[in-house]
Design a protein around this ligand. Sequence first.
Ligand code: PGA
Length: 253
Amino acid sequence: MSTRIACIAANWKMYKTVDEAVEFVKRLTEKIDTLEDREVVIAPPFTALYPLKDLVSPSWLSLSAQNCFWEEKGAYTGEISPVMLKDVGCSYTIVGHSERRQYFGEKNEDINKKLKALIKVGIRPIFCVGERLEEREAGKTFEVIKSQIDGGLDGLDSVDVAKVVIAYEPVWAIGTGKTASPQQAQEVHAFIREHLAMLTNKSVANEIRILYGGSVKPNNADSLMSENDIDGALVGGASLEVDSFLRIVRFEA
Ligand code: PGA
């Protein structure tokens, strides 16, 4: 039996001022009394992390950054280290989002260093993988996912791999309104879990949460979350309004 607790994560990208972020979390925590079988993660821009630190006190709610650098400190103008993220209350950090790969040239090796640096300070990485449309159309989905996973997790032992949350986000579905069908997503999630079992062992692979991301909306969350290997969602656009995000948090599978 798996003990995977569903995780619904809000990736706010470069949206929301401090006031807007604080207002959102206050409203969310007013509307949710308690959650037993799922957790909620908010990933605001860096500037809103510290202001949210004390507001994410309910046990079902956690804070995440959207990126980090791998060094602990040093002359790296503009960068933020995992130690600093821990300091402002982050228990998660998104790593390797396709927007970072696409616009900021992040490679699997960079992502691997970030994963290791986060795990070292006790922050759980939300490690994103996903194929581009032309890769899917060329029948290369599994190959691409496998190489992203192998590169990202390189050198991590099973104990550390178990701390990672994977987010499968097909690039063609991000911000496009084109969601993967539950079957398409499940197929890739099952592949990822099988591959993780090969890299570690069955029991670790069975415990790792694999989130789906890419145009998750109130009207498709239930069917996606009903699939066996889909353990939560990484939500962009639909996480910016309390009501739509709340509906996704309250998915019924
Ligand atoms: P979207 O973004 O829900 O707006 O497609 C998801 C993501 O990029 O994490």
